[in-house]
Design a protein around this ligand. Structure first.
Ligand code: E4P
Length: 220
């Protein structure tokens, strides 16, 4: 499973990229707004992220009509070769995805909550599909169970093009473990969760004692 970073924060992206284990970034309008992002700076911000990360960077469309989504997507895709156009899962979004697919532009279908939505997204030509886990947990449903169903259903078929499942709306490292065991291709995680994923108290304690023992060796 690959790790993407789910943020629009440049400092977090720089730090995570420096660890050498992050394969891409996903953004959305909320994440950009959280950074105090202005409309006029949006494209430059996406380009900046693309320059930091050597991999797919999802930039989301906000139009609701097929032709407008396509126009937005074409504009976003022209910004940088890393850009993947993020399109909400809805009828106009499917139609736009098909059109973008035919133009050779990669789409990440977002806000995916059901198996039929995922299957339709794949049929429309989505390169990435993002089932949301945490938002299901928020309403007392099992987000990982939904993710597992989606992974299994998508893996049953050959869509004639690559389709990768991105486990999204990740709230804690347990979701990362679950996504990996269920065979998700990618987990997109907030920076805080990426930090939680690499830290472990036993690692800290082990390192402390290795270093203390090495001091004894040096002084022997
Ligand atoms: C995915 O690409 C989305 O950005 C994301 O994971 C949103 O999840 P959340 O708003 O529920 O945290």
């Amino acid at each position: 499973m690959k790790f993407f970073l789910d943020t629009a924060n440049i400092a977090e992206i720089e730090e995570a990229a420096s660890w050498g284990a992050v394969s891409g970034v996903t953004t959305n309008p909320t994440l950009y707004a959280r950074e105090g992002g202005k409309l006029a700076d949006f494209h430059a911000h996406i380009v900046r992220i693309c320059e930091i990360v050597d991999g797919p960077v999802s930039a989301e469309t906000v139009s609701l009509k097929r032709d407008e989504i396509v126009a937005e997507g074409v504009e976003l895709a022209a910004l940088h070769e890393h850009v993947v156009v993020k399109v909400p899962t809805m009828p106009e979004g499917l139609a736009a995805t098909r059109e973008l697919f035919e133009r050779g532009i990669k789409v990440n279908m977002t806000l995916c909550f059901t198996v039929p939505q995922a299957l339709l997204s794949a049929r429309a030509g989505a390169a990435y599909i993002s089932p949301f886990i945490g938002r299901f947990d928020d309403i007392s449903e099992d987000g990982l169970e939904h993710l597992g169903n989606t992974v299994a259903a998508i893996n049953n078929y050959d869509f004639g093009h690559d389709v990768e499942i991105i486990a999204a709306s990740v709230r804690h490292p347990g979701h990362v473990v679950g996504a990996a065991l269920l065979g998700a291709d990618i987990a997109t995680v907030p920076f805080k969760i990426l930090q939680q994923c690499i830290k472990h108290p036993l690692t800290d304690r082990g390192l402390e004692s290795f270093l203390a023992d090495w001091e004894k060796v040096k002084n022997s």
